[in-house]
Design a protein around this ligand. Structure first.
Ligand code: ZN
Ligand code: ZN
Length: 133
């Protein structure tokens, strides 16, 4: 387990303010089955503690050619350890091109002359494991 990750408080469920509750409208799968599609908790209940719907903010540094050009906050499952975060950012199907939607990051990248829809080869993303030693 990543020691740095576990102390960060769980603050949100899929970006829904105040919401650790399973809500039918949260996803088509939940609406269909009446339960969280990840932890199977019924609508109206609370997601299990290990459910990916419990997220917390992880600060991620964006590096271009070894130099950090921006930091942004990515909401990721609170149960993930450092390795899971690294996998998501570096090896999963998540595309770094999503960063173009983060205004201050996009501005910093344009300033550096970075272009292209997919940024996966152009930037390095390193989670700033705040508080860990
Ligand atoms: Zn759940
Ligand atoms: Zn990509």
């Amino acid at each position: 387990m990543g020691a740095g990750m576990v102390d960060i408080p769980k603050i949100a469920c899929l970006g829904i303010p105040g919401g650790p509750d399973v809500r039918a409208q949260d996803s088509p799968g939940t609406a269909r089955s009446g339960a969280c599609i990840y932890c199977r908790e019924p609508a109206g209940g609370h997601h299990k503690a290990t459910c990916v719907c419990w997220t917390h903010p992880v600060r991620v540094g964006i590096y271009v050619e070894g130099e950090m050009v921006a930091v942004y906050t990515h909401h990721l499952p609170a149960s993930w350890d450092a390795e899971a975060v690294r996998f998501k950012l570096e090896e999963s199907s998540w595309c770094a091109g999503n960063l173009w939607d983060v205004e201050h990051v996009a501005a910093a990248l344009r300033e550096r002359g970075v272009e292209g829809d997919c940024l996966c080869g152009a930037v390095d993303l390193i989670a700033q494991m705040g508080g860990s030693t």
